[in-house]
Design a protein around this ligand. Structure first.
Ligand code: HAM
Length: 423
């Protein structure tokens, strides 16, 4: 039996990959404009990094990690997200010693052992940004504005930015007590996961999708009810800045993110029309994480977006990017001598950065022309035995259907001139 790809993974084939490249290009452009630099961290890390960073009570660490012992008996894990790795790299490379804040971005595959469904994969890709070393609300606002700006540039419709404050350890302790008091009388009726969460991380019960849990938590105290003065001022200022930047947002007191490191700001961007997995971005502030992974006390904030979901949203909003023609000129050579000459011409064009190609299968004129048409090449350069004897090339403009004969000695200059006019 033929071997199949692992469940929850995808092959991205030519035709689709171009969409990814367009998206990646837009991302790199906006990051440059906002002053974010790329960081690349390993695809696997010591398991302990995620246990400590993402948190022992989370679904990610408890159920979804691809962890294994390597041949040296070290437990390593395919990264389920990027934030913990970026904080580790910040500490390990002493980036805290340089100018602050450090504004970074990354793109790449992440791995979670989840139940695959539309928009949810086991290997998926995130674009994320992290700002380390700055604690003011204006940083939170910049990060949210960046993703808002990106989605608008991509032409996404039906966007909803949800923001909340989950408080700091001080005000969260008060929330925990109040929430447990509220839930205690109906604790037995909560779903099994939420019964576990009751002691370990009760805040997450507010986020449960089980209808009974949702009914039980109606009217439950939210983190906004217990914010301390500092957290409350921070949240207020963030909202004012978002309004000033023209970001349409909504305060969602029940937004509780699935990772343990968040403090103060938490946010998500949702989009209509792409089905159940509508969260196309999630993020927040994590002022304790750098210290948690062994560094100095450093504030941090960031987000990550699921690139598969964003691409889905782009399709759903009808934004189709025109594919650039693949080749500028395709040489159609017939006969061995003509093929050698054409190969030399193609090589010279390529070395000048002009996209040119040549048939590799020795096919007939008709089928080579068909290929050139299909590839949306701008020109076909036809060189048969007769043309070779007469030292000419037939240059056909495939879009206009017009053709002319060019002396073989002029064809390179001619094509280069045409190329320059085009680009
Ligand atoms: P997260 O909410 O776990 O946050 O993931 C961020 C985004 O990644 C989600 O909103 C979703 O678009 C996408 N995503 C997550 N899991 C999957 C999956 N199985 N399949 C497809 N897409 C998925 C984080 O990862 C944090 N590190 C974000 C962050 C950065 N917070 C601060 N800085």
């Amino acid at each position: 039996m033929a071997i199949q790809r692992p469940k929850g993974t995808q092959d991205l084939l030519p035709g689709v990959v171009e969409k990814w490249q367009d998206l990646e290009q837009q991302i790199r452009k906006i990051c440059r404009e906002y002053g974010y630099e790329e960081i690349r961290t390993p695809m696997f890390e010591a398991t302990e990094l995620f246990q400590r960073g993402v948190g022992e009570t989370t679904d990610i660490v408890n159920k979804e990690m691809y962890s294994f012992l390597d041949k040296g008996d070290r437990s390593v894990t395919l990264r389920p997200e990027g934030t913990a790795s970026v904080c580790r790299a910040y500490v390990e490379n002493k980036l805290y010693g340089g100018p602050q804040p450090v504004k970074l971005y990354y793109m790449g595959p992440m791995f979670r052992y989840e139940r695959p469904q539309a928009g949810r994969f086991r290997q998926f890709h995130q674009f994320g940004v992290e700002v380390l070393g700055a604690d003011k609300p204006i940083v939170d606002a910049e990060v949210i504005t960046l993703v808002w700006d990106l989605y608008n540039r991509l032409g996404l419709k039906g966007l909803e930015v949800h923001v909340n404050s989950v408080g700091c350890p001080t005000c969260r302790a008060e929330h925990r007590t109040k929430l447990q008091e509220f839930l205690a009388p109906r604790r037995e009726q909560l779903c099994k996961d939420c019964q576990d969460r009751f002691e370990r991380n009760p805040m997450r019960i507010l986020d449960c999708k089980n209808p009974t849990c949702q009914e039980i938590t109606q009217g439950a105290p939210t983190t906004l009810d217990t914010l301390c003065l500092e957290c409350s001022e921070h949240f207020q200022e963030l909202q004012e800045l978002l309004t000033a930047a023209g970001v349409r947002y909504k305060v969602d007191p029940r937004l509780v993110r699935g990772l343990d490191y968040y403090r103060k700001t938490a946010f998500e961007v949702l989009v209509e029309d792409i089905g159940a997995q509508s969260a196309i971005c999630g993020g927040g502030r994590y002022d304790g994480l750098v210290q948690e992974v062994g560094g100095p006390q450093t504030p941090g904030i960031g987000f990550a977006m699921g690139m598969e979901r964003v691409l889905n949203a782009i399709y759903a909003s009808g934004q189709v990017t025109e594919r650039a023609p693949k080749e500028f000129v395709m040489f159609i050579a017939l006969g061995e001598a003509a093929q050698k000459k054409a190969f030399s011409l193609v090589s010279q064009l390529r070395s000048k950065g002009i996209s040119a190609s040549i048939d590799l299968l020795g096919r007939s004129l008709k089928s080579q022309l068909k290929t050139a048409d299909k590839a949306q090449a701008h020109y076909a350069a036809i060189l048969g035995e007769d043309e070779l004897t007469r030292q000419v090339v037939i240059l056909r403009d495939l879009a206009l259907g017009e053709q002319l004969e060019v002396p073989i000695t002029d064809v390179l200059d001619d094509l280069m001139r045409k190329w320059e006019e085009e680009v």
